[in-house]
Each structure stands twice: as structure tokens, then as C-alpha cells.
Design a protein around this ligand. Structure first.
Ligand SMILES: Nc1ncnc2c1ncn2[C@@H]1O[C@H](COP(=O)(O)OP(=O)(O)OP(=O)(O)O)[C@@H](O)[C@H]1O
Length: 496
């Protein structure tokens, strides 16, 4: 697909895309790196729209010409839209969950109506073992692979991949990179990425965007020498220190005796498979942990047992904040002392409250805000918005913000009350480069100063936090036992 932008600008209430002069040749694959701002949220609908069609909610000036072609996207936004559709079907039409159209197989098949192609994509994207699972049961990495399979089943001349590696474990990232390389020989690809290492070597050109403006285009070789990364590192460090100062000004933390959490012989199994067994894990004051393992091994499930929203938390031997689970404590007593960021929570946060109220809701452990906040809570939340450079969105509805802005608010919501346990399950998903650096620096400072105990999940080595030296790693066991948990420590960390 040939695409040409001239003196072009498109704006939503939140972001402007500005491109003076950019020509994409139909044979070329591009990677777009955005230092800040979700350019995919504007660019993707523009590329997908028909020749003369205007994109709703965008005010456009300048010229965009495109040759006729089919454009298909894979993005966190499209994943969110699919989830909404699936949930709406479940809510409104009382369709039994066993109906094939919500199974992994059905969701791919409905795009192509071709059994052979569906089977091939299931194999190529390592989804065969999940073909009968329902979309809402999939782990983060599994859902990402399903979204790509659906896009490929649909067939495209140009495939727009917005953050395609987010949520994938190391092995799946490697195999996806190889897969995309092969795909790029038969299909034009445009990837929007927020991590330097996600730009594949085979990409032809890189476009660098800053604040939604195309700053420069360059070859992959020139990109590797570009100084932009060093500049951003300095900026994010400064913002993180402001956040830390804010946290220290309003310092608060509940104190509990050790252990804060303990699970003995932990097990989660469904009728058709066992996820993990024999998990023995104890978290004490002052400890920060990273939970590791491949997609689908049960990391989010285990964290869900701590947070109290997994149905099997009652069938397990769990002590949390000095009480045994199932002895009369309420879920709210537990949640009061936990801050949580995860893809599942992000998907659940489907309410229309304002950006400011999202942060305030962290004090009340609610999705949305149903209690009158105190003046102090509003003040602290405003200060957070200010540091995040989001004060102008204080009254904007959460759902009108783009995915990355929503994610920043949800991280602030988790941190704001300085919980005893801060659960960060792939917290950076959807964040741009600057947002990720900012939050990573902040989390490291929180860990270092022991404002909270961190429980952290990320598939990227570059996300490691120096203050986390304890690991629970899931490794495959016998099929009937599922994954097994191995506890380990960095050199220099004492196992207490
Ligand atoms: N109700 C259910 N029935 C059957 N399997 C389920 C159900 N709910 C979740 N699963 C499966 O449990 C496994 C563990 O999911 P979980 O989200 O904990 O994985 P994860 O380690 O966090 O993965 P990722 O790295 O992709 O985020 C997945 O294979 C998922 O498909």
C-alpha cells in the first residue's frame, strides 16, 4: 500500500498527529517509535478508513493519499473492543459460554470461514492446546497471540501491529519476531513499538514520533545510533523523583506482622487442566518479589489468589495480613492493603468516571467512585495528575482516554494509598517509552525506600528492578501436576 502524508494534521481532544511529509512505499515495512503519545490510536483508524471516508472524532487538515488496500490492525485497543463484544453477547443474548463463536477456534474461524487456515494459524501461533478455551479465560500472552491469528485469518495487504510483543514471554517474542520476518516477505507491515529492542533487524525504515509529531525518518542503521533514548531517560528520572517526593509527603502504611502472605501446597486446577501444584511461598515485610515463567504458567492466577478475586482462593491454605482466608474476613479488608495493576483489572475498569476520580478510587478500592472523596484525597490525586502531565484531562472520562493514558492512571490509582502489597502484573502494557521509564523509575524508588512490598511480573529483562532480588519462577512439572514454583535469590540477597 502506498501512503503519502503532506502538511497533515489530525487531532482528537487528547492528542494531535502531525506529519509534514512522509511517503510509505508499498514494498516497505516500517517501525514507528513513539517517545510519548499513543500515535496508534489516531494513525491506525486513519489508515483503515476508506478513501474519502472521514474518521469520526478526528479533525483533519492537510493531505493523506493512499492506494486502495485492505488494512487490518492488531492492538490492545482492538483486543479491548473484542472483549466488549464478547461480554455484551454474554450479557444481552444469554448465549451459553460453550457456543463455539467465543472459543479460540471460533474467534479465528469467524474471520475466514476456512477450517484449514484456522488450523494452520492455531499451529503457527501456538494456540492448538487452547482452541476450545474461551476468550475471557486466556492469559495476557495467549490473548495477544489470538488477536494476531484473527488478523491473519482476515487477510490484509497492510498489517498494522501496535505493540505486538507486549505481554509475550521471551520464547514467544523470539518466535513472533521470526514469524513476522517471514510474513514481511509476503505482506506489508507497519509496527508501532515503544521499546528499542522490539524493532526487528529486518525492518526497512524507522519513523520517530514525539508528542504525536513525526520528527524524523531514518534507516534502521541510523536509528541504532540515535540519541533520543538518552534524553528521555533524564526527563523520566526527574518526574519519578517528583512522584517519590509526593509519596513521602503523604506517607502512610499499615503495619502487619510477618508473614504478610503465605500459601502452603498451593494448587489451581480446572476440569480440563492443572495450572500449578505444590506452591509454597511466604512474603515478609521488606521483601520484593518478581514472579516469572512463560505465558499461561499461572502468574496472574497466583497473584489473583493473593488479591482475593480468584474463586479457588478458598480451597487453598492461605494466610494474609495475619488472618487465614475463609475465617470471616471480608474481601474489602484484604483489598484495603493491596494496590493492583493488571491487564484483567484494566479490562474490568469499564466505567465512565473522570481521570481524577480514577486515581481517587484507589483510596476506596473501587472500580469507579461511589463514595464522596475527602478534600485531601482529591488534592493528592490532582498532584498525581500534575506530575503525569495529565491535569488537562482531570474531568475527561476514563474511557475517552487512550489505552496508555488509562494505564498511567491505573498505576497511580494502585500506588496512591501506599498499600502494604503492590501487585504489578505486567504494569507497563500499553505505555509509551517515556511512560514506561517514568513508572519503572518510580517503582524502583518505592521498592528501595520500602514504601510498599512489590510483587512484580514482566517478561522483559530490561524491566528488572535492581531492588527486587527474590524470585518465584514457574517451571513445567509432570502434566498432571502442572507448573511447579522454584524460589531463588540474587547473589547478595539473604533468604532471611
Ligand atoms: N476458567 C478457566 N478454565 C480453564 N483454563 C483457564 C481458566 N482460566 C484461566 N485458565 C488458564 O490458566 C492458565 C494460567 O493463566 P494466567 O493468566 O495465570 O497465566 P500467566 O502466567 O499470567 O500468563 P501470561 O504471561 O500470558 O500473562 C492459562 O493457560 C489460562 O488459559
Amino acid at each position: 500500500m502506498q501512503i503519502c502524508f503532506k502538511q497533515f494534521s489530525a487531532a482528537t481532544a487528547k492528542l494531535t498527529l502531525e506529519i509534514n511529509d512522509w511517503q510509505i512505499e508499498s514494498a516497505d515495512s516500517w517501525a514507528l517509535f513513539s517517545t510519548d503519545g499513543d500515535i496508534g490510536a489516531i494513525l491506525t483508524p486513519l489508515l483503515m478508513s476508506g478513501e474519502t471516508e472521514q474518521v469520526a472524532e478526528l479533525s483533519i487538515t492537510g493531505q493523506l493519499t493512499k492506494s486502495r488496500a485492505k488494512v487490518v490492525e492488531v492492538s490492545l485497543n482492538s483486543q479491548q473492543r473484542l472483549l466488549e463484544q464478547v461480554l455484551e453477547l454474554d450479557d444481552n443474548e444469554h448465549i451459553a459460554p460453550q457456543d463455539s463463536h467465543v472459543s479460540v477456534f471460533g474467534l479465528i474461524f469467524e474471520q475466514c470461514h476456512d477450517q484449514n487456515l484456522t488450523q494452520r494459524l492455531l499451529t503457527e501461533l501456538d494456540l492448538v492446546h487452547l482452541q476450545h478455551s474461551y476468550f475471557t479465560q486466556l492469559s495476557t500472552g495467549e490473548s495477544r497471540r489470538l488477536m494476531l491469528a484473527r488478523a491473519l485469518a482476515e487477510g490484509a495487504d497492510l498489517l498494522v501491529l501496535d505493540d505486538p510483543f507486549a505481554g509475550l514471554d521471551v520464547e514467544h517474542r523470539k518466535s513472533l519476531a521470526l514469524y513476522l520476518e517471514q510474513l514481511s516477505r509476503s505482506m506489508q507491515l507497519l509496527m508501532i513499538v515503544s521499546r528499542e529492542e522490539d524493532i526487528p533487524v529486518w525492518i526497512d525504515h524507522v519513523g520517530l514520533f514525539s508528542h504525536g509529531k513525526l520528527e524524523s525518518v531514518m534507516s534502521k542503521a541510523d536509528w541504532d545510533k540515535h540519541p533520543v533514548i538518552a534524553q528521555i531517560k533524564a526527563q523520566s528520572q526527574e518526574q519519578s523523583e517528583q512522584m517519590m517526593a509526593l509519596l513521602k509527603r503523604h506517607r502512610h502504611q499499615a503495619k502487619f506482622d510477618n508473614p504478610l502472605f503465605e500459601i502452603k501446597h498451593g494448587k489451581v486446577a480446572y476440569s480440563d487442566k492443572t495450572i500449578f501444584t505444590e506452591v509454597n511461598w511466604r512474603i515478609d515485610n521488606g521483601q520484593h518479589w518478581q514472579v516469572k515463567g512463560p505465558n499461561g504458567c499461572g502468574k496472574s492466577t497466583l497473584l489473583g489468589l493473593i488479591f482475593g478475586d480468584h474463586p479457588q482462593c478458598y480451597s487453598n491454605d492461605i494466610h494474609i495480613f495475619g488472618k487465614k482466608r475463609g475465617t470471616g474476613e471480608t474481601i474489602w479488608e484484604i483489598k484495603k492493603n493491596i494496590g493492583m495493576v493488571s491487564s484483567a483489572l484494566h479490562l474490568q475498569y469499564r466505567v465512565n468516571c473522570s481521570a481524577l476520580d480514577v486515581i481517587v478510587s484507589g483510596f476506596h478500592d473501587s472500580i469507579g467512585l461511589y463514595q464522596q472523596p475527602t478534600a485531601q484525597e482529591r488534592k493528592i490525586a490532582s498532584e498525581w495528575l500534575n506530575i503525569l502531565h495529565m491535569s488537562q484531562f482531570a474531568k475527561t472520562s476514563f474511557r475517552q482516554l487512550d489505552y496508555g493514558q488509562q494505564r498511567l492512571l491505573l498505576i497511580a490509582r494502585a500506588i496512591v494509598k501506599q498499600p502494604t502489597l503492590l501487585i504489578l502484573d505486567e504494569p507497563y502494557q500499553g505505555l509509551d517509552y517515556l511512560g514506561r521509564r517514568l513508572m519503572k523509575n518510580t517503582l524502583e524508588l518505592i521498592a528501595k525506600e520500602h514504601l510498599s512490598q512489590l510483587l512484580y511480573v514482566s517478561h522483559y529483562h530490561e524491566d528488572s528492578l535492581p531492588s527486587i532480588g527474590r524470585y518465584l519462577t514457574f517451571v513445567p512439572g509432570e502434566p498432571q501436576q502442572g507448573y511447579q514454583a522454584v524460589i531463588s535469590y540474587d547473589d547478595g540477597f539473604s533468604p532471611d
